[in-house]
Design a protein around this ligand. Structure first.
Ligand SMILES: [Zn+2]
Length: 385
């Protein structure tokens, strides 16, 4: 739990947003997190310890898995905290602001709760119908992305397939494990016969073509939390930990995982993110230990507000815009987008002293490589730059 809190404590914009929210007595989660943020960024914080027991008690009220003294899943803690703040902010806004009457909870949160919006992005699932060129979209809000562990395909490179597939494979392998996982998890396209999955706009529905379904990022969040899927079901009702080495980028362009319609929200052609926090889990399922790596230097946050201000506030209007953009793209067929190869690294001076290693009460500066090349990485925090 401490390792995740350390990461959140280094999201300074979260502190500003929570401080401005005029929290009431019932906002236990937000208040306790704000106390931690204030403590971390004050001068006294350098000398004495801080026990986040009030955060734990607020988490226990929301999620019973945090009762007792066994180890808590750091990612579960993140979800409980974000969900807690979201619900408190929603209630607070409803009590204070009569303008929100009649709006959906979703609209209220996206319109008024900046502290939570920092972490939120939107996925779009695109359904493209080949015979009528119609596009249908389903939107889904997210506060983190779960990245499946993808085995490296080195073993299979022996078979001599045609050159094209070899080329595709090598560009796939030049990506980090996290990027490969995102490609497999997000961009995996499934195809259906139109008979089985008809277009709802055509009456009667056409047949004979195919419907392709792909999930992509539509609205990139200001802070992107990636969760490496290490704890999985073993098929007998239990959970196993997978200790595979999963590499991840220090800096990357996520345009490769985004919908063509991302342009509709005014996003640039390059969407760069830098790593600023790592939660690592060493050991086994029951006897492991969490540590955190944090980049503490002053970081760019201008984009955060910029991104948030462009975020979707009128769902119906946005839906129409997105579908229009995608149908336009589908009509001039182009494949240039399919395989862009490996991302370019952001040119930046990354000083070794930027990173700190934190294990419970123990804090020390560490080398950048310890943070960016950690084989126990479990949750990664990236910020938009
Ligand atoms: Zn149609």
């Amino acid at each position: 739990m401490d390792a995740m809190l350390q990461n959140l404590a280094w999201c300074p914009k979260l502190q500003i947003e929570l401080a401005e929210a005029q929290l009431k007595k019932f906002c236990k989660m937000s208040k306790s997190l704000l106390r931690l943020l204030n403590y971390t960024h004050s001068e006294d914080g350098k000398n004495s310890g801080y026990k986040p027991s009030d955060i734990l008690s607020a988490a226990r009220q929301r999620n019973s898995i945090f009762n007792g003294y066994h180890q808590q899943d750091s990612f579960e803690m993140f979800n409980t905290l974000i969900d807690g703040i979201k619900n408190e902010m929603l209630q607070l806004t409803k009590e204070n602001d009569s303008d929100v009457y009649g709006k959906s909870d979703e609209e209220i949160i996206m319109g008024t709760c900046s502290g939570v919006r920092l972490f939120f992005g939107t996925f779009v699932t695109e359904f493209k119908f080949s015979s009528c060129k119609h596009v249908e979209c389903v939107f889904q809000r997210f506060s983190s992305i779960t990245v499946p562990i993808v085995q490296s395909e080195h073993k299979h490179t022996k078979d001599k397939n045609n050159k094209k597939s070899k080329k595709l494979r090598s560009s796939f392998e030049s990506l980090t494990g996290v990027e490969r996982g995102m490609k497999n998890g997000l961009m995996n396209t499934s195809s259906f016969k139109e008979e089985d999955f008809p277009c709802t706009q055509c009456e009667p529905p056409r047949t004979g073509g195919i419907c392709k379904r792909t999930m992509l990022i539509l609205e990139p969040p200001s802070i992107m939390v990636l969760h490496i899927d290490r704890f999985s079901e073993n098929g007998h009702g239990g959970v196993v930990k997978r200790n595979n080495l999963v590499t991840y980028p220090e800096s990357f362009d996520i345009v490769q995982f985004c919908s063509k319609a991302t342009e509709v929200i005014g996003a640039d052609r390059r969407l760069f993110y830098n790593l600023f926090g790592v939660v690592a889990h060493s050991g086994s399922l029951n006897s492991g230990h969490y540590v955190a790596y944090i980049k503490t230097t002053h970081r760019s946050s201008a984009f955060w507000y910029d991104t948030m201000n462009r975020l979707w506030t009128d769902p119906e209007k946005r839906k129409t815009e997105v579908v229009c953009k995608l149908e336009e793209e589908t009509s001039h067929y182009n494949s240039e987008y399919e395989n862009k190869g490996s991302p370019i690294k952001e040119e930046e001076n990354l000083d070794d002293t930027d990173w700190y290693f934190i294990s419970d009460d123990y804090v020390k500066p560490c080398k950048t490589t310890e943070a960016i090349d950690n084989q126990n990485a479990y949750v990664l925090m990236y910020e938009r730059v």
